[in-house]
Design a protein around this ligand. Sequence first.
Ligand code: SF4
Length: 340
Amino acid sequence: MLSLPHPARFFEREEDGRLLCTLCPRECRLGEGQAGFCYVRQNQGGDMVSLAYGKSTGFAVDPIEKKPLFHFLPGTSVLSFGTVGCNLGCRFCQNWNISKARESGRGMASLTAGEVVALAESSGCPSIAFTYNDPVIWAEWAIDVAGEARRQGIRTVFVTAGYVEEKAREEIFACMDAANVDLKAFAEEFYTRVTLSHLAPVLETLEWLAREGRVWTEVTNLVIPGLNDDPGETRRLAEWIGKHMGPDVPLHFSAFHPTWKMTDRPPTPPATLTQARRIAREVGLRHVYTGNVHDREGQSTLCPGCGQVLVVRDWNAVRKNRLGPGGTCPGCGERIAGRF
Ligand code: SF4
């Protein structure tokens, strides 16, 4: 069934008749008929509408480790979907075919929140992930699906760059169970030039998530050769996480693959990820992983108490899980941070 554009929230009316979008720090001001940078929020007849509401570019049943979340229901499947558009402009976007799509959901079939939750149930997924493109821009749709999921006992995962305004952030995360936030670099210059956004709002989101403590949060840093792989920057990033979020927040260093507007760089060498992991562990982070490569050692969970290997992974697959009830180490009884 095709549907009409859905009324959007998170905006203010300006004196000149334009609409100020208050969903993300880009703060687009939209005249009649104009769409925002993300392409899915539009001023139609003086009202803000969401062109992404009720839409999906397709569903996939993924391992939860692919989000990546290593300390949230390990070894389970997650029903994953996204829409089109994005509020960032990353030149290296690994999902550019949907984040840069300009269809804004037109022509895509429309679903209800109940239908998405029913799909998760019939697929045997204990959780639903809002992912592939940044769900911040389709917040109303993610919030409604998350609300229905919670009523049905299904958990939800928000995979995001964390570029979101304070008020919207509170509403969005009030109904989420877990998040993976991309920290794309630890340099404002990188954010400005390569992602067309800013670092400070992302750090605010991360700090807020850790302080609130309700949403299980893991952080991903996509390591791009020659752009954000400097060991000094990696150290500063890891130190910031330890100081502002705590040493138990899992940090994933993921391999980049050349795509979209960044085909002039090679894929990330596995040794660079291993080095980043070593640096982050040196500064005191307890759970640091490599991603998008085969690396059992770099993807296994160790007990921070006694050092035993508790969960063995290879890429996104769990090969062995020795965690006891509630995520405890069977050797020393230490409780591993996470939702198990
Ligand atoms: S959510 Fe979209 S329309 Fe709103 S400020 Fe961000 S980019 Fe602009």
